[in-house]
Design a protein around this ligand. Structure first.
Ligand SMILES: Cc1ncc(COP(=O)(O)O)c(C=O)c1O
Length: 487
């Protein structure tokens, strides 16, 4: 399980040296221990010592100098200021709601009309970072041995073995779910649709983080629900105080949706104490708490973070709805997600039946078999390691190429960076200018009904860092600098 996985030795040592550099015990310009010393100090081979130094180098923490070994470098990104916290006492304003469909449609239309050379707008890793071959062979085997799979009708709730694997893995996040508590869905997006339809009706208000994943804003709008945007910290996620204030002020809030780990787009991670307070607050006000767990497995921590649902006590009658997905972590092509809806589970199953019937079963069998072996954790470990390097290098490129005053918080995992442009520079102008050159970014205005995110953009870090990506980021930085000057 995620709990028992550890990164490779050279990566752990790289993290150790990075910590020493951040803490100042190794200073910029200072020489790193020689390869021979590293071998002796850590009892490692020459190739591990070399991998360690190359990792520090590619992450921007060290540089090789001709014949004299490796030296500590101060990553430029450390000189970038972190983002501001939302102002305390800010009262969420329902009048800000304008709907997001028109913005998303405009974004999609512009994207379709352009010739995209570099797509930084998505939140997904490169295809080669997913275990396609292992999944393919599992699915082919299943089809060879059980051709009746195509002719029979699969169970509505999903393949039993797959649900059992999913339920078992939730133990690491502190949940105790039986396979029957899990319903397989068409990605997390269907899980969210079902959760919202189960707890609210058109015209109701749903509290969400601000900014948040534009897909969620679209779901709300398409169901006739109104989003109430709650101030959210780029570090610790949803402001519990602001939600409390909103719940005291408005009585038509039916649910709150949060992305506790690696929030999209902020990358924030909610501390356990906040999760616990949130659970109690929602219980007290009798509103549903919907947890979107799309990114937990991508968090760079030693043990799996606790799910909000792990605090959902039977006495509260299952007030937390847990929605999750394998889309970002296992196989974007399979569209597999799931939901554990607590006391709303029967209603959610009825809605799923009415809406889409069962999911097809072959991909569930392929995913379930793969996830039941150690290969799944090895895959996740490799994915997290690759993403860590890509995030570091993308953040470093932003620090190097973007205009002074650009800000970002480097998240502790995940697929994306949320970048604040300096001087009120509009991300819309940058989006237009970049698109004319075939570079697609996700502009900040997709992530909120308010104008607060107009000078932000979200950049994907799922692609291996290569020359084309470096050139694209340099160009994006130059376009941002050009726009700043002409403002
Ligand atoms: C926070 C969040 N929730 C849900 C989704 C959609 O998940 P899926 O692709 O599994 O439907 C995404 C995809 O970007 C996301 O970022």
């Amino acid at each position: 399980m995620h709990m028992s996985t550890t990164p490779p030795l050279y990566r752990r040592l790289a993290t150790h040296y990075r910590g020493a550099i951040e803490a100042g015990s190794l200073r910029p310009g200072e020489r790193m221990p020689s390869l021979r010393n590293l071998m002796r100090l850590h009892d490692i081979s020459l190739s591990t010592a070399l991998q360690l130094c190359r990792t520090l180098e590619s992450d921007g923490w060290a540089e090789a100098r001709d014949r004299s070994g490796y030296f500590v470098r101060q990553p430029k990104r450390l000189r970038m200021a972190p983002m501001d916290e939302p102002p305390a006492g800010q009262r969420p304003d329902p009048a800000q709601y304008v709907g997001i469909h028109a913005r998303v449609s405009a974004f999609v239309a512009q994207r379709r009309a352009a010739e995209i050379k570099l797509n930084l707008s998505i939140a997904r890793a490169a295809p080669q970072l997913y275990p396609a071959e292992a999944l393919r062979s599992g699915m082919s085997r299943a089809l060879r041995l059980r051709p009746e799979l195509l002719a029979g009708v699969p169970p509505l709730q999903g393949d039993p073995a797959f649900r059992a694997v999913l339920a078992k893995r939730t133990l690491a996040a502190g949940m105790t779910l039986a396979p029957e508590d899990v319903l397989v869905t068409n990605g997390c997006i269907e899980a969210l649709n079902l959760a919202l339809r189960a707890v609210a009706k058109p015209g109701d208000t749903i509290a969400v983080e601000s900014p948040t994943f534009y897909g969620l804003l679209q779901v709300l709008e398409s169901l006739g629900l109104r989003a109430l945007e709650i101030p959210t910290s780029p570090q610790t996620g949803l402001s519990i105080e602001a939600l409390d204030l909103a719940l005291q002020t408005y009585d038509d809030i039916k649910a709150v949706v949060v992305i506790p780990h690696l929030q999209n787009p902020l990358g924030s991670v909610m501390p356990d104490a906040h999760k616990q307070r949130l659970v109690r607050l929602c219980e007290r006000h009798g509103i549903a708490l919907i947890e979107d767990d799309t990114y937990s497995e991508l968090l760079d921590v030693d043990s799996a973070p606790r799910a909000i649902k792990s605090w959902d006590k039977a006495s509260a009658n299952g007030n937390v709805i847990h929605c999750a997905s394998l889309h970002k972590i296992l196989a974007p092509g399979m569209r597999l997600g799931w939901i554990a809806a607590g006391r709303w589970q029967p209603r959610v199953e009825m809605l799923k039946y009415a809406q889409t019937r069962n999911n097809e079963v072959l991909s569930q069998i392929g995913a379930g078999e793969f996830m039941a072996t150690g290969a799944y954790d090895r895959h996740l470990r490799r994915l997290r390691t690759a993403l860590a390097g890509q995030r570091e290098r993308t953040a470093e490129a932003i620090a190097r190429y973007f205009p002074a005053g650009t800000r970002l918080n480097l998240p502790n995992g995940g697929l994306q960076l949320w970048v604040e442009l300096p001087g009120g520079l509009s991300s819309e102008r940058l989006f237009d200018a970049a698109l004319r050159e075939g570079i697609l970014v996700a502009p900040g205005w997709l992530f909120s009904n308010t104008a607060r995110t107009d000078h932000f953009l979200r950049l994907n870090c799922g692609w291996p860092y290569d020359d084309a990506l470096d050139t694209g980021l340099r160009r994006l930085g130059a376009l941002a600098a050009g726009s700043t000057r002409s403002d």
